[in-house]
Design a binder for this molecule. Structure first.
Ligand SMILES: NC(=O)c1ccc[n+]([C@@H]2O[C@H](COP(=O)([O-])OP(=O)(O)OC[C@H]3O[C@@H](n4cnc5c(N)ncnc54)[C@H](OP(=O)(O)O)[C@@H]3O)[C@@H](O)[C@H]2O)c1
Length: 277
């Protein structure tokens, strides 16, 4: 692990390489805020950006990419199809809208944002069509529980490359991680910092002090050592840089275990089996 660096990549089940680390832009305002955050991150060495139609900032993400000076093929861009488009059977149209807003010819990863009941399998057929068209290099899902994945895999032609779920030391999802590993699906953590709620945790503060690192850095290093892709969000330049500075230390197996033991199956976001949006 020690030779990993900010641009190291996971290999997905279709051979496409995805950076282990990226910037999330949920709740980052369209326009100047998102443009500056994405440009700061790319300047700091980030190569992966996670947005979604829902976030309403795809145009700014696209502008930042064009202004970054980094060639498109060196970047890994994820966006997601929103629930209303699944309900209305408009997945292909939603994808074109995202692509146009981003101003890109292709996206690297397109995700089904939530497992909309009675719809996600139909959505997946459209995702498979998009994958076949070559406009997306990989397709995946988000917020899928084991039973959703079992249901999807029962008649999918393409196995999802990624499952992006809420995952942090208070919700470390051991069973789901094992299921995904067994089925060749890369796990990706959203809200890796528990949306800020984990930063006062005493165990994490102790471990951070030992390494002369911040709690955020300890959590993100725990993800990395666990083979979990992460996309912490920040609009603050110093934090964007801090979060990526996790390649000069290593957590011991005892420290990894102490962090694992913080799991309390505690969700801060919505429950994938019971959401109303
Ligand atoms: N698929 C889904 O359903 C789903 C749902 C939620 C999120 N996501 C994705 O996952 C990404 C990350 O999740 P998230 O944004 O919900 O939560 P998060 O990354 O766990 O936490 C972000 C919060 O932590 C703060 N922060 C970041 N780095 C920090 C540091 N080093 N020290 C102290 N505070 C720090 C940020 O503040 P500042 O920005 O003010 O610096 C922000 O308030 C999202 O942006 C989005 O791309 C996906």
């Amino acid at each position: 692990m020690s030779q990993l660096h900010l641009q190291s990549k996971a290999t997905l089940n279709n051979g496409v390489e995805m950076p282990w680390f990226g910037l999330g832009v949920y709740k980052v305002q369209e326009g100047n805020e998102v443009i500056e955050s994405v440009k700061t991150a790319i300047q700091a060495g980030y190569r992966s950006i996670d947005t979604a139609a829902l976030y309403g900032n795809e145009e700014g993400v696209g502008q930042a990419i064009r202004e970054s000076g980094v060639p498109r093929e060196e970047l890994f861009i994820t966006t997601k199809v929103w629930n209303s488009d699944q309900r209305e059977g408009r997945v292909l149209e939603a994808f074109e809208t995202s692509l146009n807003k981003l101003g890109l010819d292709y996206v690297d990863l397109y995700l089904v944002h939530w497992p909309v009941k009675d719809k996600y399998k139909e959505t997946w057929k459209a995702m498979e069509q998009l994958y076949a068209s070559g406009k997306v290099r990989a397709i995946g899902v988000s917020n899928f529980q084991i039973h959703h994945l079992q249901d999807l895999l029962a008649d999918a032609s393409v196995v999802p490359t990624v499952n992006q779920v809420e995952l942090h030391p208070h919700l470390s999802q051991p069973q789901l991680r094992q299921f995904c590993k067994d089925n060749g699906i890369q796990i990706e953590a959203w809200a890796p910092l528990g949306q800020g709620r984990l930063l006062d945790n005493e165990t994490l503060k102790d471990i951070a002090a030992v390494h002369g690192k911040s709690v955020a850095q300890v959590i993100l290093r725990w993800d990395l050592q666990n083979g979990i892709v992460t996309i912490p969000k920040s609009v603050t330049e110093s934090r964007i840089i801090e979060n990526a500075d996790i390649y000069d230390f290593e957590l011991s197996s005892d420290e990894m275990k102490r962090i694992d033991d913080l799991n309390g199956d505690l969700r801060y976001g919505a429950d994938p089996d019971n959401f109303n949006f």
